[in-house]
Design a protein around this ligand. Sequence first.
Ligand code: NAD
Ligand code: WQD
Length: 336
Amino acid sequence: MNILVTGGAGYIGTHTLITLIECGHAVVVVDNLINSKAAALKRVEQITQTKIPFYNVDIRDKSGLDEVFAQHQIDAVIHFAGLKAVGESVQKPLAYYDVNVNGTRVILDVMQKHAVNSIVFSSSATVYGDPHQVPIDESFPLKATNPYGRTKLFVEEMLKDAAIANDKLNVIILRYFNPVGAHESGLIGEDPNGIPNNLVPFIAQVAVGKRESLAIFGDDYQTVDGTGVRDYIHVLDLAQGHVSALEKKHTQAGVHIYNLGTGNGSSVLQVVSAFEKASGQVINYKICERRAGDIAQCFALASKAKQELDWQATRDIDTMMEDVWRWQSGNPDGYE
Ligand code: NAD
Ligand code: WQD
């Protein structure tokens, strides 16, 4: 297939490009580089030995997108582009609605104009809010607790409406749990701007001496050791989930929704310990107050994707941390 990857220069996008190319697909990338660097795409080209057509276009720019669709015969869109920082979304909600919701609407419009009827959307486990129990299956009630989460929820609803109105449209909604890890080459990985919001990039920066100490947000949750539990999934397993979903479902019109997680939870302290084992470094940490909006536990029931997509995550937390360490130690300043 010829696949347009929006946000293809970003963390999950770059890893997915590699898996797509390895599986024999052709790719075209649209990204405005607001949270990524062109150097990341160069690294993907180096790993895959493949030239990647790249357009520095904003997904809200209808005529810009139109030109890309006119130049390439696109079979399906994998739509990663968007803003993703929960805290920032509280400060700048309208920017999040504009890029995430309006941007997706523009993509759907242009797809319709060019009779492209298949889209994979990056949703998030955040749409389950604070779940009443774990593991979380796809039928759990949806409730976002911050503007970022609401944009994911609204886009899911918009996609469902679009599929009702167009009976040829194929929509695949993938709800990611916590993507971590890096390509095993150590050439690409997560490269956050400024102070990382997420646990694993923060630990990695402590390990290379860029941050002094990790603040662990609470040790009084009802969990195995009191720290928060999440379903960390290797970004390459996540990438393979997209390819499996497209290959199995892209000719089936309608809406298909899957959790992409491992089905296992790890606590903050378990992640710290796996990272220490992988890196041989000691991670300094302090136990601090809970972070507003955090939940105790979040992990997937991953059986629907296994049954219907023949996909499951294969890499464990030790492998995830080994790959993060290879990336971070080889590139302490990211792509700079
Ligand atoms: P990322 O920021 O690394 O990648 C997103 C890419 O989109 C970036 O390269 C950015 O430059 C680009 N982009 C942003 N706004 C754009 C615009 N208006 N036009 C064109 N390009 C634009 O993030 P990621 O971690 O790779 O996440 C990819 C997707 O997965 C996002 O939609 C995110 O919300 C979703 N998601 C991520 C996580 C996670 O923890 N990383 C979890 C669940 C869902
Ligand atoms: C994981 C655990 C923290 C940082 C977020 C978004 C979610 C999704 C993935 C996009 C929690 C603890 C963290 C730190 C810590 N993104 N922690 N010290 O909150 O599960 O999910 O990213 O869709 O929408 O909300 O991930 O990595 O921030 O936190 O103790 O410095 O690590 O309290 O228990 P989270 P995270």
